[in-house]
Design a protein around this ligand. Structure first.
Ligand SMILES: Nc1nc2c(c(=O)[nH]1)N[C@H]1C(S)=C(S)[C@@H](COP(=O)(O)O)O[C@H]1N2
Ligand SMILES: [Mo]
Length: 159
């Protein structure tokens, strides 16, 4: 278990790294997105691009899937890295404060232009809230996103 307010990026990487609010704020400015609402409707806050995080952890050759883990509600997605490495980002700050749980915080993965839930591997369900671990894998990893409408509806009843 991570201590509250941190996220680890590990798995098939050369430099497993733990990030928190402070270290995410300190990621190079070219990877910061100030005010995601400029590019995604109905989303607020500041984010750091996945690309900047990957540069830090250095995926090993062959790492081709990204595992997004939320241990707090046991929700997990594994998505092709190539589809998100240039556009995915991690929202971590709203108005100078950590992202609240209501907003999916402290860390929330986000993919602009995602498909509807269950439509595709890159779907709205892959916008994992409360992410506390991002795991690079060689081949697809663990994924328990809902696979049918009933499971999906049940998930939405909970949150
Ligand atoms: N940890 C976690 N992330 C999650 C989910 C969840 O149940 N747990 N639901 C997914 C689904 S099905 C959807 S549609 C979106 C909803 O995000 P929102 O509440 O910010 O609109 O979050 C996704 N991320
Ligand atoms: Mo959903």
């Amino acid at each position: 278990m991570n201590k509250e307010g941190s996220i680890v990026i590990d798995g098939a990487v050369a430099q497993p790294t733990v990030f928190d609010y402070e270290s995410l704020s300190n990621v190079d400015a070219r990877y910061q997105i100030v005010d995601v609402s400029q590019s995604v409707a109905n989303r607020e806050g500041d984010a750091v691009r996945l690309k900047g995080l990957l540069e830090r952890v250095q995926p090993v050759p062959g790492a081709d899937y990204l595992g997004l883990h939320s241990s707090s509600d046991d929700f997990h997605a594994s998505i092709p890295l190539s589809a998100v490495q240039d556009r995915g980002f991690l929202i971590y700050r709203v108005e100078g404060q950590p992202l609240s749980a209501r907003q999916g915080g402290p860390f929330r993965f986000f993919i602009p232009d995602h498909a509807a839930c269950q439509a595709h591997e890159i779907d709205e369900c892959a916008n994992v809230k409360f992410v506390d671990r991002i795991e690079l894998t060689i081949g697809k990893g663990f994924d328990n996103r809902p696979t049918d409408e009933e499971d999906h509806a049940r998930l939405h009843e909970k949150s």
